[in-house]
Design a protein around this ligand. Structure first.
Ligand code: ADP
Ligand code: MG
Length: 239
């Protein structure tokens, strides 16, 4: 059943209009691991996630999910298979309650069938949301809204959960909370692909990381290996 990694990208190239952004990207996300893509602003991280989730067509290369090539599949088909992205900027519905937002997360047929179970699971991971089920989502703090976005992702019954800069724009204390939540999911065995600019926190919890610069993978390795690499820090991460 589990032939190879949960998600596999091979020789991926794409861009916008005539402008090529990504060049020959190879990347694996093994089952039950946290894989991270690091890179400065404009490196092409979000573009890569758009290509993986099917929002942006590939020019060349392949995307495989659970051992099946999905390069030509529509975004909603990929989502129905369990490839779920929590987009940059959270995208919660501010006028709706926390519970309504969570219910919106169960948008695939499979997820609707497991709604109760996934709700219990998401609320056990984020007890703070449990106390706020009837509160309008827009009145919560930025950190709570990010927890809601993650919990809503879990409501979609993901096989691979993708995060695009979940700590962006959050106060330092809330950044820590978001990383703790991701760490918790990792301990639960959830397969995840994380895009981040927060080098230290993500390398501390990731199994494996890729460094993206100007649309190319310029370095990759285990979290602890990259954490120790001065070259990574100086050349690509600006820290
Ligand atoms: N919708 C778009 N149309 C044209 N160019 C875009 C679009 N989105 C991003 N880009 C360009 O693609 C490059 C990579 O952007 P992006 O993938 O958002 O980087 P990152 O997420 O790493 O900050 C940038 O040069 C950016 O200006
Ligand atoms: Mg981005």
């Amino acid at each position: 059943m589990r032939n190879g990694p949960a998600l596999k990208v091979e020789g991926l190239e794409t861009g916008y209009g005539e402008v090529q952004i990504l060049w020959g990207i190879d990347l694996d996300v093994p089952y039950g691991t946290l894989t991270t893509i690091l890179g400065a602003n404009g490196a092409g991280k979000s573009t890569l996630l758009r290509a993986i989730t099917g929002i942006l067509p590939l020019w060349t290369g392949k995307v495989s999910f659970k051992g099946k090539e999905i390069t030509s599949y529509a975004p909603h088909t990929r989502a129905a298979m369990g490839l779920i992205m929590i987009p940059e900027g959270r995208m919660i519905f501010p006028e709706m309650t926390v519970l309504e937002n969570l219910e919106m997360g169960a948008f695939t047929k499979r997820a609707r069938g497991k709604m109760r179970e996934n709700l219990d699971y998401a609320l056990s991971l984020f007890p703070r949301l449990k106390e706020r089920l009837d509160q309008r989502a827009g009145t919560m703090s930025g950190g709570e809204q990010q927890m809601l976005a993650i919990a809503r992702g879990l409501m979609a019954d993901p096989r691979v959960l993708i995060f695009d800069e979940p700590s962006l724009g959050l106060a330092p204390k809330l950044v820590i909370e978001v990383f703790e939540a991701i760490q918790k999911l990792k301990e639960e065995g959830v397969t995840m692909l994380l895009v981040e600019q927060n080098v230290h926190l993500s390398l501390a919890i990731t199994d494996y990381a890729y460094v993206l610069a100007e649309g190319r993978v310029v370095m990759e390795g285990k979290g602890e290996e990259l954490e120790e690499s001065e070259e990574v820090k100086k050349a690509y991460l600006g820290v």
